[in-house]
Design a protein. Structure first.
Length: 221
């Protein structure tokens, strides 16, 4: 009798393990498990993407529905891609857009220089001035976009920035930068409002915004 019960329990345990493994093999079932756990922990964590690019399709959908958008980025390349194009259209859905990018001005205490040195350790093609140039190009693009839209604000900051925040009134996408990889290759977290992580993301943005300065486009040649 004991052997029979042990056999049944063993079969049930094996079935449960196989079920869990089967769920974890698919991204969306795994997101369901994460969401269930976050409901009890109040973190608000809904999904985990292996990298930033994997989140762009969902991000584009959320941006189209957003009442407002806040972006804190380390470079800002995503802002010039298709995913953000609805925000720069003549009939945007968002009521306000706030953007924070690092200050590309040459200075002794430049955060961009420190990040460039960090990236150069694992990317030999990354020279000291490359990141500064890329940020400057993105600022020039966005600064001219803001000239046609009163609801878009662009500021620059020179503070340590170890994460990317793209937040709306419903959720936020968080990427924590690694010292040994580009941000685009880092995992991206999707967190819902309200929640601990969502609140932390907005606090990070608001604190940086308070110490930032309005950005101006480079003079035309």
């Amino acid at each position: 009798m004991n052997d029979f019960l042990i056999g049944i329990l063993g079969s049930l345990a094996a079935s449960a393990i196989l079920l869990v493994l089967g769920l974890l093999r698919g991204a969306r079932p795994m997101w369901w498990l994460i969401a269930v756990c976050s409901r009890y922990t109040r973190t608000g964590l809904g999904r985990v993407y292996l990298n930033q690019s994997s989140a762009e399709q969902d991000l584009a959908r959320d941006l189209r529905r957003a009442r407002w958008v806040k972006v804190l980025a380390g470079r800002g390349n995503v802002l010039t891609r298709e995913v953000f194009s609805p925000l720069w259209s003549t009939e945007p859905t968002s009521q306000s857009v706030q953007i924070l990018l690092p200050d590309p001005s040459p200075r002794q205490d430049s955060w961009l220089d420190r990040r460039s040195q960090e990236v150069a350790r694992f990317d030999p093609g990354f020279t000291r001035g490359l990141l500064r140039s890329q940020v400057r190009t993105n600022i020039d693009y966005l600064a001219r976009v803001t000239q046609t839209r009163d609801s878009i604000e662009l500021r620059t900051f020179n503070l340590p920035n170890n994460c990317r925040v793209i937040a709306t009134d419903r959720a936020a996408y968080l990427t924590f930068y690694s010292a040994s990889a580009h941000g685009r290759n880092s995992p991206c977290l999707y967190v819902r409002a309200p929640g601990i992580l969502y609140t932390a993301a907005l606090r990070q943005f608001d604190a940086t915004w308070a110490h930032a300065t309005p950005a101006l486009p480079a003079p035309l040649p």
